[in-house]
Design a protein around this ligand. Sequence first.
Ligand SMILES: [Zn+2]
Length: 244
Amino acid sequence: MLHIALFPCLSDNYGFLIHDSESGQTATIDTPDGNAITAALEARGWNLTAIWNTHHHFDHTGHNLSLAARYDCPIIGPGHDAKRIPGLTQGVRDGDVFKLGSHDVHVLETPGHTDGHIIFHIPDAHDGAGAAFVGDTIFIMGCGRLFEGTPAQMYESMRKIEALPHSTTLYCAHEYTLSNADFAKTVEPDNRAMLDYIKTAEDLRAKGRPTVPTTVARELSINPFMRANTPEKLGEIRRAKDKF
Ligand SMILES: [Zn+2]
């Protein structure tokens, strides 16, 4: 059975651990904060056996080397961006499948935020509903800034997420939900599902709870970047958000 732990770190990042109770293997998704990751492992009695990186940004790879040294574990990340992933031991590409215990982990390349961004999809997590660690590709009601990619690339990345089973749980790497909501309302002021969800999110945040994870189904109903029906429209919304 797979267990996923989520914990806030840095100013607005989330750290994630995924643990397979049969094999005892545990991966961290990205390395935003070495101390927070070590504390989360120790609190659960888990031993780190792999680091999985979504993309090269420092708040995702900054503690790769110290954690790999401490736990003597491999680092799996985007082969397309091998030179920018500290300590990378296994570069993976779109369509690659590797294992966590007996569970398949599928790699999808989702460029846009960075050139080499990847996401990790585990179809049999959560009793078959599936989970995906999406890094900075998609956020609740948002998407990553296009630092290195084009609107067309991000549009295609959204289509890859849309092609996952819609029950798939999406683990976004930042808590940006309420600030994304302020912008999303200006794009779709009459989107009832969005307005209802924003109330739920405000309630969660008022209680100090994370809004992450979300699901593919929810983002298809509330996320203006996911709902943009052409690459041009996505680009237009992204430029407006950058200035918002
Ligand atoms: Zn990033």
